[in-house]
Design a protein around this ligand. Structure first.
Ligand SMILES: [Zn+2]
Length: 129
């Protein structure tokens, strides 16, 4: 199954819901993977998981035309499914979370590069592999 990765800098509001705009020209794939890179003011990712949806379903969402005639399907973040990703819990007393002061982190391995996420601010995804 081929998947296209969409890297989203920040979600948009659409009809009162937080959405991601997915380029209609990049849906020549079975699945889309959405990586929302948005960070809060303390530098923590707000949506740390990798989210996905079938391209067929993405195409059922309303289109918004933006600059240059680019067509974006506006998909509510709540409708995306969190992908099962490999993760492991580590304790790193040397590091302190800027937001909550916590010292426990888990490491997300699913995206190729390791990323440390605070256990309290970013609970682990549903499944661990
Ligand atoms: Zn924290």
């Amino acid at each position: 199954m081929a998947a296209n990765r969409f890297e989203i800098a920040a979600p948009k509001w659409n009809g009162g819901k937080r959405c991601v705009g997915l380029n209609a020209d990049r849906l020549n794939c079975d699945m889309v993977e959405v990586d929302i890179q948005y960070r809060d003011k303390t530098g923590n990712r707000v949506f740390p998981g990798l989210l996905n949806m079938s391209s067929t379903k993405v195409k059922t969402y309303p289109v918004q035309v933006v600059g240059g005639g680019v067509k974006l399907h506006m998909v509510p973040i709540a409708d995306l499914t969190e992908q099962s990703i490999k993760s492991q819990v580590v304790t790193k007393p040397a590091k302190v979370c800027h937001a909550c002061g916590g010292q426990e982190f888990w490491v997300r391995l699913g995206l190729g590069e390791e990323e440390e996420l605070c256990c309290r601010c970013h609970p682990k995804p549903r499944e661990e592999v």
